[in-house]
Design a protein around this ligand. Structure first.
Ligand SMILES: O=C(O)c1cc(=O)[nH]c(=O)n1[C@@H]1O[C@H](COP(=O)(O)O)[C@@H](O)[C@H]1O
Length: 274
């Protein structure tokens, strides 16, 4: 089963377009876990168990593990997700981007060490920096396109005056990913929920690519506008929320509170489909 098949199956099974983001920050952990980086696995595994029937995908952010020397806990968490939520694909959020030889090592890290189903990539270094990931049959790769942060404007919104029609940089990335770069049919794009108009534009340029859409919840993105702009008959979306779910409660009931928040967001997204 390819990554995109897995996404489609998880969307149908869990009736969900919600991607649960796993960005564990020990200082925000509840009760007895508070401040303890050794509890990253325990915290995340409880969130996974509480939301596995509500999610189209999980998205662990690698920096939150690496910063605490907790890569071993990320490996354990990946194995936990495989064993306990095999129906939910895992997107490793690593935002890698480097020359081909180094990208081969990053691809190996994502797909062999961590056994992720997909990875996030920066396309800034061009085609040869993306290609090594495509050699892994069936694995997905989401290219940053129009990111959720205000500074995304600085480069992504600039026009490329040497190209016909003078597209903006993010439009060019979308066209490349839909067309010549998509050799294995497993590319997707990252577009922020904070910019629904740009989601609609990306959809025009990339009608069939899956979109990873972070920015609802803590960043205040518009969930309803996101679905209306991004979900089409052929185009899947995975709308990510991390902090709003993970830290819905700072007490011992955090996993139940995360479940309630995930269900609320899942239902809001589903209702917007009409
Ligand atoms: O690639 C990403 O996941 C990403 C792209 C983007 O444009 N904006 C963005 O916030 N993200 C990630 O999505 C998550 C958002 O977290 P919350 O704002 O807590 O929901 C973080 O892990 C970010 O690193």
């Amino acid at each position: 089963m390819t990554f995109i098949d897995m996404l489609r199956a998880a969307e149908a099974r869990n009736r969900s377009m919600l991607c649960v983001g796993l960005d564990p920050e020990p200082s925000r952990f509840p009760g007895a876990l508070q401040g303890d980086p050794c509890k990253i696995y325990d915290f995340c595994a409880a969130i996974v168990d509480a939301t596995a029937d509500l999610a189209i995908a999980f998205k662990p952010q690698i920096a939150y593990f690496a910063a605490h020397r907790a890569e071993d806990q990320l490996e354990k968490l990946m194995a936990h997700m495989r064993a306990n939520a095999p129906q939910v694909p895992v997107i490793l959020d690593a935002k890698r981007g480097d020359i081909g030889a180094t990208a081969e090592q990053y691809a190996r890290e994502a797909f062999e060490r961590y056994d992720a189903d997909a990875v996030t990539l920066s396309p800034f270094m061009g085609w040869d920096s993306v290609q090594p990931y495509l050699k892994y049959e069936g694995k997905g790769a989401f290219l940053l396109c129009r990111t959720s942060n205000p500074g995304g404007d600085d480069l992504q919104n600039q026009r490329l005056v040497d190209l016909p029609g003078q597209p903006r940089l993010y439009e060019h990335v979308a066209a490349l990913a839909q067309g010549p770069w998509n050799l294995n049919g497993q590319l997707g794009l990252v577009v922020g929920a904070t910019y629904p108009e740009e989601i609609a534009r990306v959809r025009q340029l990339a009608p069939s690519l899956p979109l990873l859409i972070p920015g609802v919840g803590a960043q205040g993105g518009d969930a309803v506008a996101t679905v209306k702009a991004g979900r089409t008959k052929d185009g899947l979306i995975a709308v990510n929320s991390s902090r709003a779910i993970l830290y819905a409660s700072s007490s011992a009931d955090y996993a139940q509170a995360a479940r309630r928040e995930a269900m609320k967001t899942r239902d809001l997204l589903q209702a917007a489909r009409g």
